[in-house]
Design a protein around this ligand. Structure first.
Ligand code: AMP
Length: 287
């Protein structure tokens, strides 16, 4: 595995690969890798001759400075994981190189970022779309792979790629979970055993709502109430919403593919999770 820190070196290497007719699959991450990241990385093999993974904890997407300061870092371990996954290139750019003094340019997706995490984390998506654009410009991927765990982020990136005519295929992968249902997240490292137990009530709530939906319930409020019943003390819900999975518009009745998304704080750790509600789920039960 080639490790590249320098932005120009990465860009030159990408151009060279393109000249050789190679395709690039790109998986951007903030490191502290887990099996959710690894799933995206493995999937990358189907979409490019060369897989590039980036690790960069992007300061502009953190609205809370202490969240940024405390973001978990495990570079040595990540390098070992990426080597054994036979990743071709690890790109680890430096903050000062990506955001030099007098940096002034940002990418902003509008309506899609209004609610949910956008409403609760001012500036977050502007930071995400800015860094993803910058990384796309440097790495020149043919395909980039993102997790559905960050559902709004995925929708925003798809929108940005369409709106800005970026010639990049965006692939998404379902959320990878622990065997007890907890969605994998780098931030889970911050959870002590009792907080982890509390955090489990998030996926429990989502799964309960999912079962109700499969049984034929279609009222958003009913599903949200059912999920709320599962949430235990010590979990501070930021939002619980069911929205159109494409436009992210709020739904009263689930009559199209929808996402049930939750954000919550457990102690000082902010967690997000979601499930997709779609017709086939009814079908699965009926068939
Ligand atoms: P992060 O390092 O948290 O910025 O995430 C990098 C990529 O991994 C993003 O596309 C995330 O959506 C994805 N990801 C994070 N957690 C999971 C998970 N549990 N399952 C699948 N993908 C994930």
């Amino acid at each position: 595995m080639k490790i590249i820190q320098d932005i120009s070196e990465m860009a030159a290497f990408a151009r060279e690969l393109k000249r050789e007719g190679k395709t690039i699959a790109f998986i951007p991450t903030m490191g502290c890798l887990h099996d959710g990241h690894l799933d995206l990385i493995k999937a990358g093999a189907d979409y490019g001759n060369v897989r590039v993974v980036s690790i960069f904890v992007n300061p502009t997407q953190f609205n809370d400075p202490s969240d940024y300061q405390n973001y978990p870092i495990a570079l040595e371990k990540d390098i070992a994981v990426l080597k054994s996954a036979q990743v071709d290139i690890l790109f680890i750019p430096e903050k000062a190189a990506l955001y030099p003094d007098n940096y002034q340019t940002y990418v902003d997706v509008t309506t899609l970022t209004d609610g949910m995490c956008g409403a609760n984390r001012p500036g977050h998506f502007r930071g995400v779309t800015t860094i993803v654009t910058k990384l796309f410009n440097i790495v020149c991927p043919d395909t980039a792979i993102f997790g559905e765990k960050d559902f709004q982020q995925l929708a925003v990136i798809r929108r940005m790629v369409r709106d800005l005519n970026m010639n990049i295929q965006i692939i998404s992968r379902p959320t990878v979970r622990e065997s007890d249902g907890l969605a994998l997240s780098s931030r889970n490292k911050h959870l002590c055993a009792s907080d982890r137990e509390k955090a489990l009530s998030l996926s429990r709530g989502l799964f309960k709502a999912g079962r109700l939906y499969s049984d034929g319930a279609s009222s958003t409020q009913d599903l949200i109430n059912a999920a709320k019943d599962e949430i235990v003390a010590g979990v501070e819900i930021e939002y619980m919403e069911i929205r159109d999975s494409m436009t992210l518009e709020p739904l009263d009745i689930i009559d199209k593919r929808a996402v049930f998304a939750i954000a919550a704080k457990v102690g000082r750790t902010r967690l997000i999770d979601n499930i997709i509600l779609q017709e086939e789920d009814h079908c699965k039960e009926l068939c």
